[in-house]
Write a protein that binds this ligand. Structure first.
Ligand code: NCD
Ligand code: ZN
Ligand code: ZN
Length: 348
């Protein structure tokens, strides 16, 4: 049995770091594990300009633990108003690695998002020309569509036409959750990839209602069926290079989730690589972790693979019931329940 795993230092290709006291609370978890992360721009107000992204990047760097070499890779939040000039500024900045499409109303802090992709013709043309990737929250917002079907409908209605309309645009279908999404990415043209979260590999929708309602398992896209989960696992088991790690760690203060109308988002940065190691081992595909966590994402973004490494130990540990989060607290994924793998530098 493998009890120790040395891994090229991984990257997190989809991460919510928040801002201010929340940022201060969660940043050390990602910095301890990952070399780089694609930082999501859904702050309030959103990060819609290169100048805002540069300022946000400085706030992140200022809060890094001493000696950390963690690199935040910034993104812009597309709105109906984002023009080609902003894309040119973003590209020229050297600090922005993609632009995020949030369909307006699809998820947390997406109100300022795009109401109709047809409004973004010039913007997408500039992104394709400059080879700046488009990152997509892939769910339709039509309230008539069943919440479990919103990702699949997005593929037919928006993503498939988009992929065809812009043959040179590189697109990352973020946090894929369904068999339909896996099939779409696997049969798509080159330049289409996807991130996968730990929760969508570990859990199916039963985890939302196991003995009662479980707000800390609520995220968007919502957890899907066992068949969907198995499709995600098959993609990673095949070592398919179009699928790579993106935790979508999305912290929310406890009371905003434990509420009559709780927020979407699961915090996993405290175990952002360990949870993947656990599921890969359980599936007998631990040798596939290196590609998924440390190679395919860097290759897709055309960035060098990291030089350093981390060590994971097969030693169970139990995350606390909560972590401090500004004035409040944060309930992590697997709170009070054991995780099979531990990061060596955090070993007791
Ligand atoms: C994310 C958040 O809280 O910012 N929530 C989530 O459920 N995934 C937003 C997102 O990634 O859609
Ligand atoms: Zn999203
Ligand atoms: Zn996200």
């Amino acid at each position: 049995m493998i009890t120790e795993l040395q891994l090229r230092r991984p990257d997190d290709w989809h991460l919510h770091l928040r801002d201010g006291a929340g940022l201060r609370a969660v940043l050390p978890f990602s910095a301890a594990r990952f070399a780089r992360a694609i930082v999501m721009p859904n702050l309030q107000p959103p990060v819609t300009t290169t100048a805002q992204a540069a300022a946000y990047r400085q706030r992140i760097l200022a809060l890094l633990p001493a000696g950390s070499r963690f690199q935040p890779l910034m993104t812009l939040y597309l709105t109906d108003q984002t023009g080609a000039a902003e894309i040119e500024r973003a590209h020229a900045s050297g600090i922005i690695f993609g632009c995020k499409l949030y369909p307006a109303g699809a998820t947390t802090h997406s109100d300022a998002g795009v109401t109709d992709i047809a409004r973004l013709e010039e913007t997408l043309q500039a992104m394709a020309a400059l080879d700046l990737p488009l990152l997509v929250h892939g769910e339709v917002t039509d309230a008539q569509v069943d919440i479990f079907e919103r990702e699949a409908r997005f593929i037919d209605r928006v993503l498939a036409p988009l992929v065809e309309r812009w043959p040179r645009l590189r697109i990352i279908f973020e946090h894929v959750t369904t068999r339909a999404a896996v099939q779409f990415v696997r049969s798509a043209r080159p330049g289409v990839a996807a991130t996968i979260t730990p929760q969508h590999l570990l859990l199916n929708r039963n985890a939302l209602l196991a003995g009662g309602i479980r707000p800390h398992h609520y995220c968007l896209p919502i957890l899907k069926t066992e068949l969907d989960r198995r499709s995600l696992l098959e993609a990673v088991a095949d070592g398919d290079r179009r699928f790579f790690l993106g935790t979508d760690s999305a912290p929310h203060e406890r009371h905003t989730k434990e509420s009559a109308c709780g927020c979407a988002g699961i915090f996993s940065a405290h175990a952002g690589i360990e949870l993947y190691a656990e599921i890969f081992e359980r599936e007998g595909i631990l040798p596939r972790l290196a590609g998924f966590a440390s190679e395919f994402g860097a290759d897709f973004y055309r960035l060098p693979r990291n030089e350093g490494h981390i060590v994971l130990l097969k030693q169970a540990w139990t995350p606390p019931a909560s972590y401090p989060f500004g004035e409040g607290e944060l309930v992590p994924l697997r709170a009070g329940e054991p995780i099979a793998w531990r990061l060596e530098s955090e070993a007791a």
